[in-house]
Design a protein around this ligand. Structure first.
Ligand code: SF4
Ligand code: SF4
Length: 68
């Protein structure tokens, strides 16, 4: 099983990852980080581990994990 975590302090809310995820797991969130950016949130269920979101994020805010 794969899942991602978004580091909300690194995210700038550019939304590139939202359009990149083929499963639609990343959404524009409701929380602002300490720098005032509106950060994204991600659902854990359904991630295929394709890494597209990890690759597209210019701020290295997304980490991909694998759980057996
Ligand atoms: S690794 Fe792929 S499926 Fe998983 S959240 Fe990122 S873009 Fe979506
Ligand atoms: S691509 Fe990175 S910086 Fe942009 S919204 Fe997604 S997690 Fe945040």
């Amino acid at each position: 099983m794969f899942y991602i975590k978004v580091d909300s302090e690194l995210c700038k809310g550019c939304l590139l990852c939202v359009s990149e995820c083929p499963k639609g797991l990343i959404k524009s969130g409701n929380n602002f980080n300490s720098k005032g950016w509106l950060v994204v949130s991600a659902e854990a269920e359904g991630c295929t581990g394709c890494r597209r979101c990890v690759t597209v994020c210019p701020d290295l805010a997304i980490k991909l994990y694998r759980e057996n």
